[in-house]
Design a protein around this ligand. Structure first.
Ligand SMILES: Cc1ncc(COP(=O)(O)O)c(C=O)c1O
Length: 437
């Protein structure tokens, strides 16, 4: 039997092919934000009592259920690796698990690999492309360090160069952003790499338009989606990018150390793996020089092609990902749209309340369509790191600073997730007033 047909047979045996595209709890209820008692949602997340946790953009508190699953599965796997991990998870459950995630983000089964977070995903992308001396990678001044340094590192080895298009703050018109990026493309540009949601000012980039622009100029398109999955109703097929880096441990509620690498069908051939334990997915010769026969009756026959090629050390961090059905289930229970609209509602409330404070200046754009759950503000001088620290230590309100001094950007940022309430925002506003009085 050929390797491909064995894989199909195994998928069918495991029930994977059928279930792969169907989330187990598919109640896509578009709850209107007003119709739910949001205050009770908090009990489902790991948050210290008494804390107003407004920093999901950095570390998202995991859902308690996911921590329980991870602990249980790690213990079971540690006690009896072959039975619990190989026979049960890798053989029976993996296709369903990947299928649920793929369906949730609008990808297909073979396009998704698991990583420890967006940093690793961005590193795999920058490291794995055949970039050449003189190539330019175009990004923006609002990248996270994880969206910039992997390209800089690639540049040191290969002679390619990261170029930044300057985005103004606050963004006033979407078209300005598109025009700025378009004007920075040169004949040397090979790849366009930018955030789905800027972690700096919370601006939701015109991701589809930028991807379309990149493709129309023949560029590889890379989206750093660390802030988007679990915050917005993300659909990667609709976005159309070649590569997408995602974090599952921020807005989705999985335990820390969970991320994804999306490689669009047709692009695997252009991306080398960075971590390899076998020839799977990238070579047809084993290390004895023999023509590869496929691994025989091995569980990796079931692995999605991207997972096979890019996550060859997945078996060590597998239990982190057995939590995905619970995290996706939570989102589908409320509805992806319901989650997004509550996050946006609370974001608007935060923006409005913070805008009332004279001594600070909100830099998150005004148009409610162009931001969601990240709200940033300048404090009018003073140290934003110390300011954020004092919010946490003196007032029990967790926010963070985002500081890019070379471009004069220095803010405090609040995140609004569904476990937050208007009361958390009021507490932040009162703490700021007190601090700046
Ligand atoms: C835009 C952006 N990219 C990348 C990262 C890094 O993500 P991770 O912690 O999943 O590696 C972050 C984290 O805050 C981010 O905001």
């Amino acid at each position: 039997m050929s390797r491909a047909s064995r894989r199909e047979a195994l998928l069918a045996l495991s029930g994977g092919a059928a279930t792969a595209l169907a989330p187990s709890r598919s109640t896509e209820a578009a709850a209107s934000p007003g119709s739910r008692d949001w205050s009770r949602i908090r009990d489902r997340f790991a948050i210290e009592p008494g804390l107003s946790y407004l920093n999901t953009g950095t570390f998202g508190p995991p859902l308690l259920e996911t921590l329980e699953i991870e602990a249980k599965d790690r213990l079971a796997m540690s006690r009896n690796y072959p039975v619990h991990f190989v026979d049960h998870y890798m053989t029976k459950r993996l296709p369903d698990l990947v299928g649920q995630l793929a369906a949730f983000i609008g990808a297909s089964f073979d396009e998704v690999a698991f990583t420890t977070g967006s940093t690793e995903s961005m590193s795999y992308i920058a490291n794995g492309l055949d970039l050449r001396d003189g190539d330019e990678i175009l990004a923006t001044t609002h990248e996270h360090s994880a969206g910039a340094y992997p390209w800089i590192l690639a540049g040191k080895r290969r002679g390619c160069r990261l170029k930044l298009a300057t985005l103004k703050t606050p963004v006033r018109r979407t078209q300005d952003v598109i025009d700025t990026v378009a004007a920075a493309i040169t004949p040397r540009t090979r790849a366009l790499s930018f955030c789905h949601i800027n972690y700096t000012d919370g601006y939701v980039m015109p991701v589809k338009e930028l991807v379309a622009l990149g493709r129309s100029r023949g560029l590889i398109t890379v989206v750093d989606g660390a802030q988007a999955i679990g915050m917005l109703d993300v659909n990667l097929r609709d976005i159309g990018c070649d590569f997408y880096a995602g974090s599952l441990h921020k807005w989705l509620g999985c335990p820390y150390g969970t991320g994804l690498l999306y490689v669009r069908e047709g692009m695997r051939e252009q991306l080398w793996p960075s971590v390899v334990e076998s020839y799977d997915g990238w070579d047809d010769t084993d290390f004895y020089g023999r023509k590869a026969q496929g691994p025989g009756a091995n569980f990796v026959d079931l692995w999605p092609k991207a997972l096979l090629k890019y996550s060859s050390n997945f078996h060590y961090f597998g239990p982190l990902f057995w939590t995905l059905p619970a995290a996706i289930g939570f989102q589908l229970e409320i509805g992806k749209k319901g989650i997004e609209s509550r996050i946006r509602e609370l974001g608007r409330y935060a923006r409005a309340e913070l805008s009332k404070i004279d001594k600070i200046q909100v830099v998150t754009p005004e148009d409610p369509a162009s931001y969601a759950g990240l709200i940033s503000f300048e404090i009018g001088g003073g140290n934003t790191f110390q300011f954020s620290r004092s919010m946490r230590v003196e007032h029990g309100v967790v926010v963070r600073n985002v500081t890019h001094l070379p471009i004069g950007f220095d803010v405090v940022r609040a995140s609004t997730h569904v476990f937050n309430t208007e009361e958390d925002v009021n507490r932040l506003a009162a703490a700021i007033r007190k601090k700046l009085a």
